[in-house]
Design a protein around this ligand. Structure first.
Ligand code: SF4
Length: 317
């Protein structure tokens, strides 16, 4: 899988109440052309900050982001324009992410206007992407309030597809939708991906949703990736205790996985005061003395798997 997006050692620090803390800490991952990488973790784990840095909506404090070999962090205005065409985003809330005062035509056309396309080309492209997402082009003169939640998210996807991106970042893109509508929107994303050869960076707190669409999955905890693996391997045999406990918490887990009812206990610690050693140790059922003092590194496991744990695969959740 060729490296479309390569992130290495990416870090973002914020200051809150006079305390400097890492919202994203030394994250390394890649997305291949046409691939879907899922990023999953509890609210506050840093996944949205990571996405915003990749899109250059938030500045990074360290590390590198390369898209098609170009350094995103060092991109000047001209290069950033090209990058913004190539990397698009679909946000969580289809109700607030579309301007209610704008007709659908103007919403979808906005990135094309910014790119300097002429009117006939924009009109043709708007109709084309509306068809692609299953919306009749003659709906283009309507306002967002005339559409259901699922249709509004289709408009958001049409807008993201319009400039012909190679990567779409989906930030909790189906979280606000009912389960049946979620499935339709996931199918739509998969179809568009297959048709256009798109890569997706699919961010969600919902492991079941991530499983449906991802080729590989990165699990984040307190700003760090703790496990990165092909989807089937991660779900069949999680190596990190946090992954195993997240899986155990998914309703109706596959009985073949052999979970014995272990549950993720306790709250996500404050990133302002992360626990010493392995930051997961206060919640880890298999933590040992070493875990309380020595942070584990992110190390290759079998095949294409990486894990950040001193004792990977030991949990029997
Ligand atoms: Fe648990 Fe130790 Fe692994 Fe951290 S390093 S996840 S505490 S076993």
């Amino acid at each position: 899988m060729s490296g479309l997006l390569e992130v290495a050692g990416l870090t973002k620090r914020f200051v809150a109440g006079g305390v400097r803390f890492a919202a994203v800490d030394d994250v390394s991952l890649g997305v291949g052309a046409g691939e879907t990488l899922g990023i999953v973790g509890e609210s506050g784990c840093g996944k949205t900050t990571l996405a915003r840095m990749i899109l250059r909506l938030t500045a990074s404090d360290g590390g590198t982001i390369r898209f098609e070999g170009r350094d995103v962090t060092a991109a000047g205005e001209g290069e950033l324009r090209a990058l913004r065409q190539a990397m698009q985003v679909v946000f969580q809330d289809p109700f607030s992410s579309l301007d209610p005062r704008w007709r659908v035509r103007a919403i979808i056309a906005e990135p094309l206007v910014n790119l300097g396309w002429d009117k006939p080309r924009i009109a043709a492209r708007v109709a084309e992407v509306m068809r692609l997402v299953g919306l009749p082009p003659d709906y283009a003169d309507r306002y967002p309030h005339a559409f259901s939640g699922g249709q509004r998210q289709r408009i958001g996807i049409a807008r993201a597809l319009a400039p012909g991106p190679r990567l779409i970042v989906c930030d909790e893109a189906v979280s606000a939708l009912d389960v049946s509508i979620q499935a339709q929107v996931l199918n739509l994303l998969r179809d568009a991906q297959a048709q256009l050869g798109l890569a997706l960076l699919f961010i969600s707190h919902n492991l079941a949703v991530v499983r449906q669409i991802s080729d590989r999955v990165a699990v984040m905890y307190l700003g760090r990736v703790v496990e990165l693996a092909p989807e089937a391997e991660l779900f069949d045999r999680p190596l990190h205790p946090y992954t195993a406990l997240l899986l155990a918490a998914v309703p109706e887990p596959d009985p073949a996985l052999g979970f014995r009812g272990a549950r993720l206990e306790g709250e996500l610690p404050s990133p302002l005061a992360p626990p010493p050693g392995c930051p997961f140790h206060p919640r880890c059922p298999v933590a040992r003395d070493r875990c309380r003092v020595e942070p584990p590194g992110f190390a290759p496991a079998s095949g294409r798997r990486w894990v950040r744990c001193h004792f990977p695969g030991e949990i029997d959740a």
